[in-house]
Design a protein around this ligand. Structure first.
Ligand SMILES: [Zn+2]
Ligand SMILES: [Zn+2]
Length: 217
């Protein structure tokens, strides 16, 4: 499995590409603002096709360009608890426009999700299986995608290297987040790499050892 990461948009949101040169297909994790055009162009240059787009949650900085990947043929996956903010993204637009002056209306294009995921589901794509865990607290529909065979998990904004996701946004809740981290993230094998929605990679073991916000129970 080959994983590439690039950050886009006003909040430096990570977009991950998992590519498989044998089948010339790839899985995209999250679609930050400004990611669609350059990522799709790079894929085309390399003869790769975006097969699936897995959304870790529905916050605008993670779903803004989902419609572009979908138009290019990617099947979009997300959790139904974030349906509202993904399909009616214009409702959150004023908040983001206040935070980031100059954002155009075109940055707020909704996306109709193809597949709604739940805790315990599995997604098979480009020859890999991703185990789905629901990790609410930062956002109601937060998901993590755990590829057991590769010992990696894409965790969105639930946890970061030495930090955790904010819980002051609509639908956020600190006790729910702490429970998600303890029961759904700290229970992954300690040598599992955690690839977050912002910033650098970490691991389950490192965070259990030293995360100052989410101590193990
Ligand atoms: Zn978020
Ligand atoms: Zn984010």
């Amino acid at each position: 499995m080959k994983i590439e990461r690039a950050a886009f948009g006003p909040f430096s949101t990570n977009c991950y590409l998992i590519t498989d040169d044998a089948t010339k297909s790839c899985v995209v994790i999250d679609a930050p603002p400004g990611s669609g055009a350059p990522v799709l162009a790079a894929l085309e240059r390399r003869g790769l096709r975006a097969e699936s787009l897995l959304l870790t949650h529905g916050h605008w900085d993670h779903m803004s360009d989902a419609h572009l990947f979908q138009k290019a043929g990617a099947k979009v996956y997300a959790h139904k608890d974030d349906r509202f903010i993904i399909e009616q993204v214009d409702l959150v637009a004023p908040k983001y426009k206040a935070m980031v002056p100059g954002l155009p209306d075109s940055a707020f294009t909704p996306c109709k999700v193809d597949v709604w995921l739940e805790d315990g589901d599995a997604v098979s794509a480009i020859g890999f299986t991703f185990e789905v865990r629901h990790v609410p607290g930062h956002c109601p529909g937060s998901l993590l995608f755990h590829c057991v065979s590769e010992k990696i998990a894409f965790v969105g904004d639930a946890i970061f290297a030495g930090s955790v996701g904010r819980t002051d946004l609509p639908g956020g809740d600190w006790n729910t987040l702490l429970k998600s981290i303890r029961e759904k993230i700290y229970t992954l094998p300690a040598d599992t790499a955690l690839l977050p929605g912002h910033g650098d990679e970490t691991s389950v073991g490192e965070e259990i050892e030293s995360n100052p916000y989410a101590r193990p129970a």
